[in-house]
Design a protein around this ligand. Sequence first.
Ligand code: CTP
Ligand code: MG
Length: 228
Amino acid sequence: TRCFAIVPAAGSGSRMRSEQPKQYLSLLGQPLIRHTLAALCASPVIDRVYVVLSVGDQEWDRHDWTSFGNRLVPLFCGGASRADSVLNGLRAIADDTSESDWVLVHDAARPCLAPWHIENLVRELIHDEVGGILAVPVADTLKQADSHQHIAATVPRDGLWQAQTPQMFRYVMLKRALESARNVTDEASAIEAMGLRPRLVRGDPTNLKVTYPLDLHLAEWILQHREE
Ligand code: CTP
Ligand code: MG
């Protein structure tokens, strides 16, 4: 079986409040997304990396991606939501895939993906019936708010995990799940909605998503200290 990566990179990064979409912001002198794509393209367990860009992306062609060779394929077919972008990407690669292929969906906005994250996920799931995701146990105490922002309840955090990416599922199952899903923020919830139970594979917090400006600094620190 083969493993393909799909990287949704068609968002606008509204919470980042920057001029450019966050995937192109500079991180250690490179566009943020280059770190993400480099991690995936360098992985021996991944056969090809498809990056889903917005239809009107102005920035991609300004950079030189030739060092990734034909392992990296850009698709200008982003959608209105992350799930739409992923589904459009899955549809675009239909002719290159077979039923048993795995797809690893990974956010462009997670540039600190490390080789061991990918390898652990694939090792744990390659013989699985359903698939699963990288995740980390919740560390903070969680509060349920009422409509006036008072605490209505303290939610026990036992058994609660924060979902990360990559999220790894079979091509056909994932496409079918996303086609029937409504308003999902990750692939696993679409699979869950079909009555299936994806596995949680423990990752670590360094695989953070760059969402707010502070995250860019954290990501820089993580990458710098990993290279030393
Ligand atoms: N994404 C996408 N297509 C969309 C929305 C998001 O491909 N229509 C991608 C983003 O580019 C990002 C990933 O999905 O790599 C995770 O989404 P998120 O962190 O929410 O990014 P944005 O939607 O760009 O940011 P924001 O929600 O702050 O606007
Ligand atoms: Mg978003």
